[in-house]
Design a binder for this molecule. Structure first.
Ligand code: PLP
Length: 439
């Protein structure tokens, strides 16, 4: 590694200082802390691909609406725990306009980011039926959701969907669901970290089996509309964002404002509970939380307990952004296409320098260029790749952090500036010169 741009001893010293036992397996936050320390000590700027921060300015229409709300004095007033009416109405319209799905405003509930939405949804789903004590993650997935399960003390199973795309998904899911202990199925599409997108056929399989086994589907749409292979940006005009909502009636959609509106800092998203699930009475859930319907339990028992609702001004911001999108005045997809363009160029740099894409396609169709992609290097485990790239000034997390069984790393494009592409190219070239077989 004598051609690496960073002093190995210095990086190793910082790893020791942070007491990271195995840097290849480091969590996102550990990698962030390490890279911050090395950058501070050396003045060297990393190509940072570890963290999914937006990296674009927030949608102005949201900022304006939030400022106006603050000026009106909403900061002094507790918002309704299930959300302000204009937000609920715009969220319901947004779901109709961009998913072509009917979902009543009552089920559209703001949460302090999708993080809080999944936290309370996992809690509720775990208690709907005493026989069903386990959640099922279709991985790879967002690592913090597993941390939420750990914090909540809940059980989960997972499998890597890599070898179970298309019809193979049915057999795999059926083999797990038929055991009778699964309360919910969780996945993101577009997927963090692999950027695979489930096809309508796959979503139909998930929906049909969820109905058959009476399981709640949690569809994480943090990257709503960001499959840039199709134009999903026109309200009320097909194609629409594919969704399991078309194939089952017991589902929860998580629509985060963090990436689509670059509004991560204000911590707001929508948890949209289907009408049937919202109204459903689950005796075991009622016994556990002393509530009534599923929807009322989530809002009046769980959300009320954890934060008593979501920031009042942020709710007005989100209402403003959704309204502008619904009325065709704000093309939110256009504003974030930049991620796809960056991914396209960055992938080319990796491929040129001896790397491979790990999750390559959606049933034969190359994956879209978007917020993340996955890469491997021949003969190197994902953990080794994370570690070795750190000495070359490139930071990322290993795929095994995400429930993937494949060897590789997740690259997040959002924080990498175009002005760094030349550096990235040079560093990858040096890396490849050092590690390629010819050496
Ligand atoms: C798949 C997925 N779900 C949820 C979140 C968190 O969303 P929020 O910022 O709304 O809490 C992220 C953020 O990276 C994500 O990638």
């Amino acid at each position: 590694m004598n051609n690496s741009p960073l002093d190995k001893a210095l990086v190793d010293e910082k790893i020791k200082q942070l007491r990271i036992p195995d840097v290849g397996k480091a969590s996102i936050r550990e990698v962030v802390a390490l890279v911050n320390l090395v950058e501070e000590a050396t003045g060297f700027k990393y190509v940072r691909m570890e963290m999914g921060v937006p990296g674009l300015p927030p949608a102005q229409v949201g900022v304006d609406a939030e400022k106006e709300a603050l000026d009106r004095g909403v900061a002094a007033i507790y918002p309704m725990v299930d959300g302000i009416k204009p937000l609920k109405e715009e969220a319901s319209k947004f779901i109709k306009n961009f998913l072509d799905v009917e979902l009543a405003p009552a089920g559209c509930i703001p949460t302090t980011g999708s993080m809080q939405g999944t936290f309370v949804a996992f809690m509720a789903a775990a208690h709907v039926d005493k026989k069903k004590d386990t959640a099922l993650f279709i991985d790879p997935g967002f690592p913090v959701q597993k941390q939420q399960m750990m914090v909540l003390g809940l059980k989960y199973e997972t499998f890597d969907v890599y070898n179970f795309r298309g019809n193979k998904l049915r057999e795999k899911l059926e083999s797990i669901l038929s055991k009778g202990n699964i309360n919910s199925i969780i996945y993101s599409s577009p997927n963090n970290p692999a950027w695979i997108c489930f096809t309508d056929d796959e979503l139909k399989i998930i929906g049909e089996l969820a109905t058959k086994y009476d399981v709640i589907v949690m569809e994480d749409l943090a990257y709503f509309g960001m499959d840039f292979r199709q134009d999903l940006s026109k309200p009320g005009v097909p194609p629409f964002q594919p969704s399991v909502a078309n194939y089952t009636d017991h589902y929860i959609l998580f629509i985060s404002s963090s990436k689509i509106f670059s509004y991560a800092g204000q911590r707001i998203g929508i948890m949209a509970i289907s009408d049937k699930l919202f109204e459903r009475d689950y005796p075991d859930l009622q016994e556990r939380f002393k509530g009534t319907s599923f929807g009322a339990t989530v809002t009046l028992r769980l959300l009320y307990s954890v934060s008593s609702g979501t920031s009042h001004s942020a709710q007005w911001a989100l209402a403003g952004m959704l309204k502008a999108a619904n009325e065709g005045q704000f093309n939110f997809v256009e504003g974030i296409k930049e991620y796809g363009e960056r991914a396209h160029e960055m992938k080319a740099l990796f491929l040129k320098n001896g790397f491979d894409i790990v999750y390559k396609s959606d049933l034969g169709v190359p994956i879209a260029d978007g917020f993340y992609f996955t890469i491997g290097y021949p003969g190197m485990t994902g953990n080794d790749l994370v570690e070795n790239l750190l000495y070359y000034g490139v930071s990322a997390i290993a795929l095994d952090n995400t429930g993937s069984c494949e060897e590789g790393i997740r690259a997040c494009v959002s924080f990498v500036q175009r002005s760094q592409f030349a550096d990235l190219d040079t560093r990858l070239r040096l890396f490849n010169e050092n590690f390629s077989e010819k050496d």
